[in-house]
Design a protein around this ligand. Structure first.
Ligand SMILES: Nc1nc2c(ncn2[C@@H]2O[C@H](COP(=O)(O)O[C@H]3[C@@H](O)[C@H](n4cnc5c(=O)[nH]c(N)nc54)O[C@@H]3COP(=O)(O)O)[C@@H](O)[C@H]2O)c(=O)[nH]1
Length: 836
């Protein structure tokens, strides 16, 4: 009854009652249950809730776990669990203890088989009373395989999710209604969503690019309707920041297991940065292409900097095409010209990874030189290591040429190409340093062409220039390379001669120089023969500095010229005295006029036939309180050089006119007075006016004034000279050419000038009786002068023999000591008085 009651109670509680009947024999129902239990394919057991010992196990449990029934019955339910599950078991037991609950599942547990193999088991149990024990009937469903599948599935899903999420591009997929089914994290972020799940069920109209939704949907529709993918299309869409961004869009149809299209998969790759970078690269590439400078990029390969890129300007500048130079070391640009300072600097910069700018001599493909102002800069990788070098080639050939031209111009004479004064001084200073160290001598020779000015004035500047060029070339060819020939200006050259063989300036060297100058030369239609004067100063005897050698050679040159030209003069101490005197004269001359120190002497001119005085030449004298009566020979040239001759000449003109007038007023024979006019004075713009003023001031009739001009007066600005002469002639003044024969005027040329007299220079008269060629010259001048209707006056006639010869040759007048020396005004008056 008690058992029936308990069974009934258990049934009411929903708990099965297991075990024997109170009488010990299993009821029929229990036997049936026992069979069911024993034969059930699923492992089952009953354990004692208090002791946790197995009270009964079925065959499936024994099979599955590998234990025998007997072994089970000696074990507790702890023994089939790994240690790390024990705590969970205790907790679960504590939670279910005391309660006779309905059947319940307690989840999946890890059990161990007899051989230690773990299995996943889903446990469900009922509280039962078994053979008087508080017990639980346990159903153990092995879910190991299912768990593994689920785990694998889970892992695969996770993997797929993380794959999609780690993709840098936006990925999304839609159903056939074009509603989003899913997306990756990048897409969610772009759409402004916190979680990819939020996209599910949305359409483009619900997302931030809603304005472009229609267009996008239209595209999507085509893909799902036609099944044609849309690949690699670029589009501009609104980005997560609301700004327009550039995307590479791909849309593909999604197929279900049955092969039907179930939606579409889209990817959006944000290519904004890439396109910008490409644009930047394109611009930079264009800049490289358009650059006027050549740009070369090199990379180090086997310790050589080989070219990996060169822009079009490189081909233009160097003549090499890109294909010819790629893979080559830039070194080929220097050809064999390796000893360059720029290359050393370049090497240093390359070794120390520095930027540098150097100037190199490079050679084009055709071998011509170009100057390369090269700037190099290293290119570093992310780790700061130099991977490449960029070289910017600036062709500065024109600039260098210009600089060289400027340098050449500043150191060379433009006409002859010879070194100029500056360069000569440099070389002289260097030569002096060298000579001082090795106790050598050196020679400075200043060379001046005789009568060059006349040639220049008569034959024109073009001929004069050619002459100077020819002389320059000849001098350069005549001397050794170690010597220097320079042009100082005008017709003045200067030579620096080093280490003369034999220790002195040899006759041979002098001869070579003289021949270089005097060898006949044909310039255009003109055959010319030149001579030159030379002044020499020797280091260290005549000076230890460039300046002193210069100065002393110059002094020697003046002496050579004074001595009758075509000479070479070595500098001597005495010459310096002359310079000192010149300086002295120049100083005193400044005050001579205001101190009234000038006076005029007069020398008569006598008619060869009648012997009468037919004129007087006014000759300037300077009565200096300390120097005494100074000859014009000492001061006229100084006055001409300093320009003081203009005011002095004006004084002579006025004084001579006043004197002539005074003599006439005194009743003396009225004869013309001749006044010497220097070239500088005649060229003075106011000269004709000064003559008028002198005549007016004195009241002298113009026919009593004669002007003596030297040949050089007439050789400069011929037309201006003729005009001035014509004015003077119109006034009634007589004109004569003084010192005729010493200059370079041809008789043919003289025809153009309104001249009355030719005065044969006294040097011809002096020598004519001893020198047949001199006599021939005098004869020719007289004959030709007459043929041009000039009257001929012979100067410096000192002897009756000279007079006789001149008379015989038909000379018209003479002047000279034979008749009278130049005399002061009072004595001249006596001469005129005797004429009366
Ligand atoms: N521009 C000016 N030049 C002038 C002026 N006064 C003179 N001069 C020039 O100075 C040079 C020297 O002149 P000077 O010392 O007066 O010599 C003159 C005569 O004294 C000299 N002479 C005359 N006869 C003889 C002679 O028989 N033998 C000889 N040995 N000398 C003689 O000749 C000079 C005259 O030369 P020129 O003028 O060529 O007729 C001289 O060149 C003067 O021209 C002046 O005011 N202005």
């Amino acid at each position: 009854m008690k058992g029936q009651y308990r069974a009934a109670a258990n049934r009411r509680k929903g708990l099965p009652v297991l075990g024997r009947s109170p009488h010990g024999a299993p009821p029929r129902m229990l036997t049936r249950f026992g069979d069911l239990f024993q034969d059930h394919p699923q492992p089952m057991w009953i354990y004692d809730v208090d002791t946790l010992r197995f009270l009964r196990v079925n065959a499936a449990a024994c099979r599955h776990y590998g234990y025998t029934t007997d072994e089970f019955l000696h074990m507790t339910i702890r023994d089939i669990r790994p240690r790390d599950e024990h705590a969970r078991l205790e907790a679960d037991l504590a939670a279910t203890a005391g309660e006779q609950k309905a059947p319940q599942s307690s989840g999946v547990w890890t059990h161990l088989k007899r051989d230690g193999t773990p299995i996943a088991v889903r446990i469900s149990s009922h509280a039962v009373t078994y053979l008087g024990h508080r017990a639980r009937l346990v159903f153990a469903l092995d879910v190991t395989a299912q768990e593994a599948t689920e785990r694998a599935l889970y892992r695969s899903e996770q993997l797929y999710r993380s794959l999609i999420d780690t993709m840098p591009h936006q990925v999304y997929w839609k159903d056939l209604d074009l509603q989003y089914v899913g997306c990756n994290r990048v897409f969610a972020e772009a759409a402004g969503l916190d979680d990819p799940q939020e996209v599910v069920g949305k359409s483009d109209e619900n997302l931030i690019w809603r304005r472009q939704a229609q267009r996008m949907a239209a595209e999507d529709r085509i893909v799902v309707d036609t099944g044609h993918p849309l690949l690699d299309r670029e589009d501009t869409l609104t980005g997560p920041d609301g700004k327009q961004r550039r995307y590479l869009v791909n849309k593909l149809p999604l197929y279900g297991p049955e092969g039907a299209i179930i939606g579409m998969l889209g990817t959006l790759e944000d290519i904004t940065s890439r396109r910008k970078a490409e644009e930047t690269l394109r611009l930079q590439g264009r800049a490289l292409d358009a650059s006027v400078n050549a740009i070369v990029i090199t990379r180090q390969v086997n310790r050589q900097d080989v070219i990996v890129y060169a822009n079009p300007a490189f081909a233009r500048i160097s003549g090499y095409e890109l294909a010819e130079v790629v893979g080559q070391d830039c070194r080929f640009l220097q050809a064999d010209d390796r000893d360059q300072e720029g290359l050393y600097l370049l090497r240093d910069a390359l070794q120390t990874n520095r930027e540098a700018t150097v100037v190199l001599r490079n050679y084009r493909k055709d071998g011509t030189l170009f100057w390369n102002q090269l700037h190099i800069a290293p290119v570093l990788d992310a780790g700061g290591k130099v991977t490449h070098w960029v070289g910017v080639i600036n062709d500065i050939t024109d600039t260098m040429r210009y600089q060289q031209d400027l340098e050449h111009q500043s150191t060379h004479d433009a006409l002859t190409g010879l070194p100029n004064r500056n360069l000569f001084r440099d070389r002289l200073d260097q030569a002096i340093s060298y000579a001082a160290r090795y106790r050598n001598q050196l020679w400075v020779v200043v060379l001046d062409l005789d009568n060059f000015k006349l040639i220049n004035d008569t034959l024109g500047h073009a001929v004069g220039d050619s002459l100077l060029q020819t002389v320059g070339e000849r001098l350069r060819a005549a001397l050794r390379d170690s010597d220097t020939v320079a042009r100082l200006g005008g017709d003045e050259f200067i030579l620096l001669l080093l280490d003369q063989p034999g220790g002195g300036l040899s006759q041979r060297t002098v001869q070579t120089i003289l021949e270089a100058v005097s060898a006949p030369m044909r310039l255009g239609a003109h055959d010319l023969a030149l001579t030159c004067s030379m002044g020499v100063a020797v280091y260290p005897r005549d000076g230890e500095t460039g300046s002193s050698l210069f100065k002393h050679a110059d002094i020697a040159l003046y002496r050579a010229k004074d001595g009758g030209r075509n000479q070479l003069q070595f500098y001597t101490e005495e010459m310096n005295d002359r310079v000192t005197e010149r300086t002295l004269i120049e100083g005193h001359l400044r005050h001579a006029l205001v101190r009234n120190e000038f006076l005029l002497y007069f020398q008569p001119r006598v008619d060869c036939v009648s012997g009468e005085v037919v004129g007087l030449e006014a000759l300037l004298r300077w009565q200096h309180p300390e120097l005494g009566l100074v000859s014009p020979v000492r001061f006229i040239s100084v006055a001409e050089e300093t320009g003081r001759i203009v005011e002095i000449g004006e004084w002579v003109l006025k004084t001579a006119c006043l004197q002539a007038m005074a003599w006439q007023q005194a009743g003396l024979a009225p004869v013309p007075v001749a006044v010497n006019v220097s070239a500088r004075q005649f060229r003075h713009a106011a000269f004709v006016q000064e003559v008028k003023d002198a005549l007016e001031a004195s009241g002298l009739e113009p026919r009593y004034l004669e002007l003596e001009l030297t040949e050089s007066v007439m050789m400069h600005n011929v037309d201006v000279v003729i005009a001035a002469m014509s004015q003077l002639k119109e006034m009634g003044i007589c004109l004569s050419i003084d010192d005729f024969g010493t200059g370079y005027s041809s008789l043919n040329y003289l025809r153009r000038f309104p001249i009355d007299y030719l005065k044969i220079d006294q040097s011809f008269v002096r020598d004519m009786l001893d020198d047949p060629p001199g006599a021939a010259i005098v004869r020719s001048i007289i004959a030709l002068g007459h043929s041009l209707a000039f009257r001929i006056i012979a100067e410096g006639v000192e002897t009756p023999e000279q007079l006789a010869y001149l008379k015989e040759e038909g000379c018209d007048e003479i002047q000279g000591y034979l008749c009278s020396r130049p005399v002061p005004e009072k004595e001249a008056a006596v001469l005129l008085g005797s004429e009366r």
